[in-house]
Write a protein that binds this ligand. Structure first.
Ligand code: GAL
Length: 441
């Protein structure tokens, strides 16, 4: 096999090409600039990691909703565990829901051989461009026997590259949720628990609209919430087996199912927030919180926002599985990885090991709106919503992966699908989108 050829700045060709494969066209352009540009002294000034290995630079995108509180709780626990003061951690957020800005920010640093200490990444398919490019450390030593014995096996499997571990998951989110404002649905006379098919929503939306509320709070500024709505509606209409077959490219004639799902999205369009193209996901969710909208489809990070706003589960807001997906727990996992070369190897290992503890997962998950991937974390003191989600997880018949949040398809396909949905949001042409999705999947 040909060995990697270093470029002018010590960058292996394999590393650059592998990482470029992970991102979309827009990002590729900016990364290409990175590859050909020269590194200036100013670039060094922009990095916030310490030169002497004493400050952990932590890159994540959790600045929205209750997510900021979750990061704070995690970092506080880490500092307390090791008796460190605040100067030992420097947060360097790349805000943007579903990592819409993080990949470009981190990948240019990796290509430049100046990575942060640790960054957020979905386990599963998303890891491949990084492991293929040899930019992640094998952290098997940080996976203690206790972790190996207590983490769900399905989660561990997504954290490995071959036999070695490269990621430490911290949570399990659910994607197939429908959240609602209780006062609004009661006022309108809609009972969310009676909606059992994605088509049922149309009638409910109409009733909500007639009563003067926004039926479905949704953001279209970015494409990812519509891509995740599409995959959820697909599961709701066609079931998990068809969805998995689609991801595995095993469906012989996928057009009709894809087209039907897209056509329903076009019907939903009439009922979205009128200002959807100016909103971030937590602002759309804010319309439900404010009692201006009845429903929103979102991962249960939205629940963290309800809790942070002081709304009471069951009284002020409620939740059902997205119509047609009862008994299904579409998993979205977050994990942390150690890039190499690493500016703070020991500190990074300490942080990753901490994230694998009961203490870390007990602190992080309640404000985040997720359940722990370790099976021995006591959850009795978690918010009642999460106690219910945990029961739903335990009772679920399947836990499919997701396209939008990285576990279901390789990053290149995910980014092409995002482009497809960005186009759909421009032209609302389901035929064109169907054709494109069939080419990609
Ligand atoms: C997901 C991530 C969640 C949440 C969400 C919204 O991809 O796994 O933790 O942050 O995006 O940004």
């Amino acid at each position: 096999m040909e060995s990697p050829k270093p470029n002018g700045r010590g960058l292996s060709r394999r590393r650059a090409v592998g990482l470029l494969g992970a991102v979309g066209t827009a990002t590729m352009t900016s990364l290409a600039g990175c590859l050909t540009g020269s590194r200036s002294d100013d670039d060094d000034d922009e990095e916030t990691g310490s030169e002497d290995g004493s400050t952990l630079e932590f890159v994540h995108w959790w600045t929205a909703g209750g997510e900021e509180d979750a990061v704070e709780a995690l970092l506080e626990g880490f500092l307390t565990q090791y008796g460190y003061d605040e100067s030992r951690v420097s947060e360097n957020p790349a805000p943007g829901g579903a990592g819409s800005a993080l990949a470009a920010a981190v990948q240019s640093r990796l290509i430049d051989d100046s990575p942060p200490s640790v960054f957020q990444l979905w386990p599963g398919e998303s890891l491949a461009p990084y492991t293929d490019s040899d930019v992640l450390a094998d952290i098997s030593d940080s996976w203690s026997t206790e972790m190996r014995e207590t983490y769900l096996e399905s989660v561990q499997a997504l954290s490995r590259d071959g036999d070695g571990y490269v990621a430490v998951p911290i949570n399990i989110h659910r994607l197939n949720n429908l959240f609602y404002n209780t006062a609004v649905v009661e006022d309108v006379g809609v009972e969310p628990a009676t909606l059992t098919d994605p088509n049922d929503l149309l009638e409910a939306f109409e009733a909500v609209e007639d009563a003067g509320y926004v039926p479905l709070a949704h953001q279209t500024q970015d494409a990812w919430p519509t891509l995740q709505l599409w995959e959820t509606v697909f599961v709701g209409l066609h079931g998990v087996e068809s969805f998995r077959a689609l991801l595995d490219r095993e469906t012989e004639a996928p057009e009709p199912a894809i087209a039907e799902t897209l056509e329903l999205l076009v019907d939903y369009r009439e009922y979205l927030s009128p200002d959807s193209d100016t909103l971030a996901w937590d602002q759309a969710n804010g319309q439900v919180i404010a009692g201006d909208a009845a429903f929103t489809h979102q991962g249960d990070w939205a629940a963290g926002q309800y809790e942070a706003t002081g709304l009471a589960y069951g009284e002020d807001w409620g939740h059902v599985a997205f119509p047609g997906t009862e008994g299904i727990y579409a998993m979205v996992l977050d994990s942390f990885v150690m890039p190499e070369p690493n500016p703070t190897p020991e500190l990074t290992a300490e942080f990753l090991e901490y994230c694998g503890t009961v203490d870390a997962q007990e602190r992080f998950n309640p404000p985040k709106g997720s359940i722990p991937p370790r099976t021995d974390v006591p959850i009795d003191a978690f918010p009642p919503f999460l106690v219910d989600q945990r029961a739903a997880f335990d009772a679920s018949s399947s836990q499919p992966p997701t396209i939008t949040h990285g576990s279901g398809v390789e990053p290149r396909a995910k980014s092409e699908l995002e482009e497809t949905f960005a186009n759909l949001l421009e032209n609302w042409n389901p035929e064109e989108a169907t054709e494109r999705i069939v080419e990609i999947l």
